[in-house]
Write a protein that binds this ligand. Structure first.
Ligand SMILES: [Zn+2]
Ligand SMILES: [Zn+2]
Length: 136
């Protein structure tokens, strides 16, 4: 559980809001997230669609479908990732952690796609780890 959050892309044109809800915070270590983020892994807040809004700058959002199952939206001006959707879970939104100002007590609880986790990545918080998607 956390307070209402508002975040924005690097250039500030796209703003988003998340209602105070409980959310899963998930690290994804899949090769696709690595490629698309340019980082060793990606961390997302996973929230219900109804608890998430783009509050400004919709016209600056562009999207890309890396597969038939997923859609990624980003600011076309600065390139910040804003939103990831897995079309298998149409009611969920995955918000990249870096676009949100987060209190330090919010820590990831879940690692997914650990089968492709880089060997030097380690966490000093308690997580549940899955080889692939949650439950697998
Ligand atoms: Zn931007
Ligand atoms: Zn991934």
């Amino acid at each position: 559980m956390f307070n209402d959050l508002s975040g924005n892309c690097s250039c500030g044109r796209v703003k988003l809001e998340i209602d105070a809800v409980s959310a899963n915070i998930v690290n994804c270590h899949c090769g696709r997230c690595r490629k698309l983020s340019g980082s060793a892994f990606s961390t997302y807040l996973v929230v219900a669609e109804r608890n998430f809004r783009i509050s400004a700058g919709k016209e600056f959002l562009s999207s890309y479908n890396p597969s038939e199952q997923s859609a990624r939206s980003f600011c076309m001006h600065c390139g910040s990732p804003i939103l990831v959707q897995n079309l298998r879970y149409p009611n969920l939104r995955m918000i990249p952690l870096g676009v949100l100002p987060l209190p330090g007590e919010i820590v990831p609880k879940i690692n997914i796609y650990c089968e492709s986790k880089l060997p030097w990545v380690a966490f000093n918080c308690e997580t549940t780890d899955y080889a692939r998607a949650i439950g697998r």
